[in-house]
Design a protein around this ligand. Sequence first.
Ligand code: ZN
Ligand code: ZN
Ligand code: FE
Length: 764
Amino acid sequence: MQRDYAARRIEIEGIVQGVGFRPFVYQLANRHNLKGEVLNTSSGVSIHVEGITKEIDSFCRELEINGPPLARITDISDYPETVKNHDSFLIAGSRPDASRSVLISPDVSICDDCLKELFDPHDRRFSYPFINCTNCGPRYSIIDDIPYDRPNTSMKHFRMCGKCQAEYDDPENRRFHAQPNACQDCGPYLTLYDNNRKMIDGINPVEKTAWLLKQGYIVAIKGLGGFHLAADAENDKAVCTLRKRKLREEKPFAIMSFDIERIKKFAVIEPGEEAILSSYRRPIVLLQKKEPNQLSREVSPKNKYFGTMLPYTPLHYLLMQHDFTALVMTSGNRSEEPISIDNEDAFNRFSDIADFYLTHNRDIYLRSDDSIVKRTAGETRFIRRSRGYVPTPVFLNRNMQSVLACGAELKNTVCITRNNKAFLSQHIGDLENLSTLEFFELTIRHMKRILDVDPEIVACDLHPDYLSTKYALSQKNVKIVRVQHHHAHIAGCMAENMIDGPVIGLSFDGTGYGEDGKIWGGEILVVEKSHFTRAAHISYIPMPGSAAAIKEPWRMAVSYLYDVFGEDLQDLDIPVIKTTSEDKTRFIIDMISNKINSPETSSLGRLFDGISAIIGIRNHVCFEGQAAMELEMLSDENTEETYDYEWVSDDKVYKILTAPIIKGIVLDVHNGVHPSVISGKFHRTVIRLFTELCKIIRKDTDIQRVALSGGVFQNSILLSGMVKALEENKFNVYSHKLVPANDGGISLGQAVIAAAVSGNMHNS
Ligand code: ZN
Ligand code: ZN
Ligand code: FE
């Protein structure tokens, strides 16, 4: 035997199963003339190679840099081994415990190779809407249990034909062990139904669907993570009908368009946006509208953006190639209920929405809405993290005890941690109705199963009435940790940025239950991992009517005005007073002065709402955050001026007064200053005043780091303005890039706090 002949064992962890990693290793080993074997283990993939040392070295190098597109190596280690004289390289059977703790891939958009076959008339899968391979296709949405093998997916009902089986068994084939592998002879198929559940026979269902959409019909289309409701985005009447039937007045609809070129007809695409649009995760990206454009105004009324995505399944491509500029592809649900995944359920729920149904017989086990992102301050920011991203974990800076965190109430997600990984669920929705609660519970059961953990620590919000809190409190034999909402926001931001405390945390939010029982939301917290102190907040103001004040920003306007002008507010010559009857205003004043159903709030979200109403943008909202959003859209970003601001210090807590700001705004309205300038000045004011407070708190505490979190940071002007101003003042600024700043990211923060709190108790 040659002297430089050696053997080595390589252990790899990360997303390395179900993503074509073993065939890649097999081919790489053969290229380097190495013998040995590769197999799946409980922690990832184990490789034994033997051959010329130099070849082993380059094998190891390429292993790390040339892996298959979906693979993600988180840890790689190698050890010298004794030569066992293998006579070839082979893919060995998995160890029995393999994939107990292995990472499952998210659902992946169709890859270029499959796309080529889809449109190749000579390919045996030409036009087959369920084409996929080791590098693409459904994953998370079709898995019922681990290990990730066909019998544990919804593909178990389809027996592969001889040709598909041969591909599946061949390590040289790009469909080797592709669990959803199928073809027209053996796999799932499409069926088109009319509104009376009558099957429309004998024609190509995709072509017929395209024709129906062109005629202005609304079609419910079963996709990867659930149903979409589709309509031609150029057809005003179709889009309006969809709005009316879906009872969705003004919230923007997502759209899908065939390719980047077509999107450029109606939207502006920045380079960073093109990359994220085209990535295999295929989220909805908020793109600046081009004006004028040929899409219906009803797609995204009073909004600067189109929420746009590229096709991500073969079915989408087959449909979109029929020259639509864009299709509305909105989640198939009724207002805030979970998206529909089941054919029968869709027939029932959309009977008065959809004219036709394009369905198929591959079951979706776990629903997953489209993810939504927006580029702000040079980074991709999540508004909703779901399909294409889940269940990819957020990596933590250390191992911790397993925790189940139940999230907040709106935009709920849950989070389960295992070692140094936090697994956030897909978007579950607003936990306000029974069907969402059921989906919440199902998701928790499902995640425990596929992650193979049953955490003994359960974290939830402080709010006693959240259904997620009630669920947590009902769990038996677990340790419950209740976490303040804004503490969780900041801790989530710290966790994804892998930093421990202390930090100055700016939590700009709509609503969160405070330790004093009041509603917080304009907070500066000094946060250590397991505890926090409140350093500053917006001074409390009554929220007349409680939840009603969120839906009706004019109530907040009256509350802020009453705080400044008292009874004289009735004489103000400003839009909100002119458009509201004296009786209604009187009614609100009475509620405030008699403290009837008027909880106090320090929320920044409410301040945005109130100002939006004061300057005449919006008295009522159709969806959460609408008034604040429209205030942002309108803002003149060139304004350098600010309003006067002021705070008082009380027991070392700074209380920011809203009165000087409100006074300044009312004066501007009287002087005829344009609302866009007022909005710009207000944004500047918030940025400047919070930056100054951070400087004061830095002096008090010596903390240089600032973490930004909370739903109000979806406001791009505020986020980029805050980052810029703080960095100019030599702060280290941390913001969200992996999870949403809104309540969709809360569960991550709850989880790390609960683990830290439990760890502390453990030590003491
Ligand atoms: Zn593929
Ligand atoms: Zn087949
Ligand atoms: Fe929040």
